[in-house]
Ligand binder design. Structure first.
Ligand SMILES: [Zn+2]
Length: 70
């Protein structure tokens, strides 16, 4: 697991004090965490679009039932 400094872009393995060795900034981003988070949001977006399509199909079904139903 590595980290990247948000201030100067320094990439390192593990910081002992939780600060960037290059510039001393505490804004460190864990690389592996960031990647998995991006993957999760991608999955969530895909699920949301699928749910939206299903909702529209259901709505179209209800409308057609109303028109051709009785
Ligand atoms: Zn830095």
């Amino acid at each position: 697991m590595g980290f990247q400094c948000a201030e100067c872009g320094y990439k390192g393995k593990q910081s002992s004090q939780g600060a960037c060795p290059a510039c001393g900034s505490f804004k460190l981003a864990l690389k592996s965490n960031l990647d998995s988070e991006r993957e999760n949001s991608d999955k969530r977006r895909r699920l949301k679009s699928i749910a939206l399509v299903l909702l529209w199909l259901y709505l179209a079904f209800l409308i057609s039932q109303k028109i051709y139903g009785s």
